[in-house]
Design a protein around this ligand. Structure first.
Ligand SMILES: Cc1cc2nc3c(=O)[nH]c(=O)nc-3n(C[C@H](O)[C@H](O)[C@H](O)COP(=O)(O)OP(=O)(O)OC[C@H]3O[C@@H](n4cnc5c(N)ncnc54)[C@H](O)[C@@H]3O)c2cc1C
Length: 352
């Protein structure tokens, strides 16, 4: 088996949570890693997301997604402790638990719970105007404060020796024989033994020029942030695809819209905010003091089957992809990066 040369180089395109974790995994495997980001690191979907560390209805997640989730969930608590200690930025990993008020899914959930070995308890829970209602209680569901996770990871990968380069503008890929190369906006060429595309919803556009048509499409999601009081809400609440996430400081995230036809548009729309606010008002204690603090949109990297693509390019020897994590990228990132690293090391080992 061919061994990795100490001078082996890797370029990671995209500084979201997938690119950051991929860069870290490759660095730890011995590569000299550069991470190239078009804009600012950790400011697209990975910033905009909610930070729930589970597929929303885990019993409906495709098996490969649950596998990646289960592997990642084992890593998160210790990893967040390490990030906080090393960088001073605490991603606030919190085992909030999640109450699901979609009790008609209980048979499906029960079967999945036995198969997956993950607890789903059937309970009556009191929730705002719903009063005591039948719910599914998932005590193991945790959350991270994802903008802080991104900031901590950025600092951490840099400490680990990854060269992070931001504001690079629109990078492009091109082929040179059996190798891919990166071209920057000045036309300068960047070569590496391994190139990883981790550009989220933008990955399809990057790879199209190389004849690799990916099934990754942008799916816009809008979210609001309410300024609540600590203790107003103790756990994550999910109902009919919408959710409330209580942060430690009392803020409450309310998400999210699912807009598959909006392309890469990041505009917010007051009707969506009103809709999310009404949803929150039904589930929070009547008359609870909550004020709208912020409203934003993000672009999920959607795939038709909901599964990410973690693979080597079929024709170019040095090109890999880790993208298409749709609604679960924060949940799946650590294990996805490990799979990517394994694919890269297998590729290096089998190269002539
Ligand atoms: C509203 C909303 C709620 C969500 N809630 C959750 C949740 O609760 N839990 C969960 O697990 N997931 C959630 N998600 C999904 C999760 O946020 C995404 O799956 C995840 O962030 C994808 O990470 P990424 O690194 O692939 O993409 P991004 O974070 O979008 O990063 C891609 C990066 O690539 C860069 N880029 C693009 N083109 C180029 C180029 N040509 N060259 C270099 N860089 C480039 C972009 O600027 C960007 O920084 C949510 C998403 C949204 C929008």
């Amino acid at each position: 088996m061919k061994k990795l040369m100490p001078s082996a180089t890797a370029l990671v395109l995209g500084g979201g949570v997938i690119g950051l974790f991929s860069a870290l995994a490759l660095r730890r495997a011995g590569f000299q890693v550069r991470l190239l980001e078009r804009g600012l690191i950790g400011r697209q979907a990975s910033w905009a997301g909610g930070g729930i560390l589970s597929p929303l209805y885990p019993w409906r997640a495709p098996e490969p997604v649950w596998q990646l989730a289960a592997d990642s969930l084992l890593v998160y608590p210790e990893l967040c402790r390490e990030l906080a200690e090393a960088t001073g930025v605490d991603p606030e990993w919190t085992a909030s638990g999640m109450a699901v008020f979609d009790a008609e899914q209980r048979a499906e959930a029960r079967q999945w719970s036995r198969r997956a070995g993950a607890a789903v308890e059937e309970r009556d829970l009191a929730q705002g105007a719903l009063g005591p209602a039948p719910a599914l209680w998932l005590p193991w569901v945790a959350q991270v404060r994802n903008p802080r996770l991104c900031r901590a990871l950025h600092l951490f990968v840099a400490q680990a020796g990854v060269r992070c380069e931001e504001q690079m503008g629109e990078l492009r890929l091109s082929g040179d024989g059996r190798q891919a190369i990166v071209l920057d906006t000045r036309g300068d060429r960047h070569d590496a033994d391994v190139i990883v595309v981790a550009a989220g919803a933008w990955s399809t556009g990057l790879l199209r020029g190389l004849g690799w048509e990916l099934p990754i499409q942008p799916v816009k999601g809008q979210m609001i942030l309410l300024r609540g009081a600590p203790g107003l809400l103790g756990n994550i609440v999910l109902m009919k695809g919408r959710y409330l996430i209580p942060r430690r400081d009392g803020r409450i995230l309310v998400g999210s819209t699912l807009e598959p036809d909006a392309g890469f548009d990041l505009q917010t729309d007051p009707a969506a905010a009103a809709d999310l606010r009404n949803f929150a008002a039904r589930l929070l204690p009547p008359g609870a003091p909550v004020e709208l603090e912020r409203h934003w949109a993000g672009i999920r990297p959607g795939t038709t089957d909901g599964c990410p693509i973690i693979a080597a390019h079929p024709l170019l020897d040095n090109l890999y992809i880790n993208a298409g994590h749709y609604r679960n990228g924060l949940t799946l990132a650590p294990a996805s990066a490990e799979r990517l690293r394994d694919a890269v090391l297998a590729g290096v080992a089998s190269s002539p």
